[in-house]
Design a protein around this ligand. Structure first.
Ligand SMILES: Nc1ncnc2c1ncn2[C@@H]1O[C@H](COP(=O)(O)OP(=O)(O)OP(=O)(O)O)[C@@H](O)[C@H]1O
Ligand SMILES: [Mg+2]
Length: 289
């Protein structure tokens, strides 16, 4: 099967005042159509820059130097013209960010924002059809009083509701790939859990592939079919979620799992302490568990 997303030997350098800094050292990630994949790793390991490269956004930044291949649906995002890549965003691929309220435009109603999203795919779509589709999508994310929400501004809705609106907008054009970068971590944990459950149901219904970026191993375990563990710009371990959780082999993955806070215990979550063992070669679990 050809992959929907096939990242090969992706490297990223930033030009800084201190000189060149390599942030990604040649990563490979593969996602099949409809598959739910997680990318997990500590702060600064390179998760968000990877998402921004897939969306073709970092390629537009002058200080960023990118090499390797990022095939999305058979076309290399790295060599695509910026305007062709822009057409993919919000249509064939879309993104959900950490903080829904700041990702929505505060001075435009939810209804108008929906119309803009839907017209990215078809700019002649009549207003009545936009409203009808937006209403249906809001119902799908468990917002029954869609009319009130469409007339509202983001600040008039709760964080959890804005998060559901973001999910509805991100899926409105039935993208093939959804990138979700720490979705809902700005919300309280129960609302975050509800919205993730909802997102999982919807992507299953719509057959959308997902790259879920998260620090939270509990969320990853619930959500993803397959996991990539990233450490300092390198993928150190990957495999089916069940195999990786049952038998984490890489020293960094083991440390990450040991750092998860327990209900019984004494302290707060620990960040794994840096160890030379974390630089051990990559481990891939086979698909047979
Ligand atoms: N525009 C930039 N210029 C220079 N360095 C950058 C730039 N953007 C990101 N970086 C660096 O790239 C590295 C990876 O950043 P990235 O945002 O991908 O981390 P992350 O894994 O998403 O972390 P977090 O979990 O905190 O969101 C970091 O060391 C960061 O400082
Ligand atoms: Mg990030």
């Amino acid at each position: 099967m050809t992959s929907l997303l096939d990242i090969q030997n992706l490297k990223l350098n930033f030009k800084t005042v201190q000189g060149q800094v390599e942030v990604l050292h040649g990563i490979d990630i593969n996602i099949n159509a409809g598959e739910k994949v997680a990318l997990v790793g500590e702060s600064g390991s390179g998760k968000s820059v990877t998402a921004r490269i897939i969306l073709g956004l970092l390629q537009e930044l002058r200080q960023a130097r990118i090499s390797g291949e990022v095939y999305f649906d058979g076309r290399d995002i790295n060599t695509m013209k910026p305007k062709d890549c822009a057409k993919l965003r919000g249509t064939a691929m879309s993104m959900i960010f950490q903080d829904p309220t700041s990702s929505l435009n505060p001075v435009i109603t939810i209804g108008q924002q929906f119309t803009e999203v839907l017209r990215r795919r078809n700019n002649k779509l009549a207003q009545a059809i936009c409203d009808e589709q937006a209403t249906r999508m809001l119902n799908d994310v468990a917002i029954p009083d869609a009319q009130r929400v469409l007339n509202a501004y983001p600040f008039q809705l709760s964080g959890g509701m804005n998060q559901r609106v973001m999910i509805a907008m991100a899926l409105a054009n039935r993208p093939k790939l959804l990138l979700a970068d720490e979705p809902g971590t700005a919300l309280d944990v129960s609302v975050q859990a509800q919205t993730l459950t909802l997102m999982r149901e919807l992507v299953n219904d719509y057959q959308t592939a997902v790259l879920l970026i998260s620090h939270n191993l509990g969320v990853v375990r619930e959500f993803a079919d397959r996991v990539y563990v990233i450490y300092q710009g390198r993928i150190v371990e990957d495999g089916p979620t069940s195999a990786l959780f049952a038998n984490p082999k890489h020293a960094y993955t083991q440390a990450l799992m040991n750092a998860v806070p327990r209900i019984v215990g004494t302290g707060l979550a620990k960040v794994p302490e840096v160890s030379d063992a974390f630089l051990a070669p990559r481990i891939t679990h086979s698909d047979v568990t």
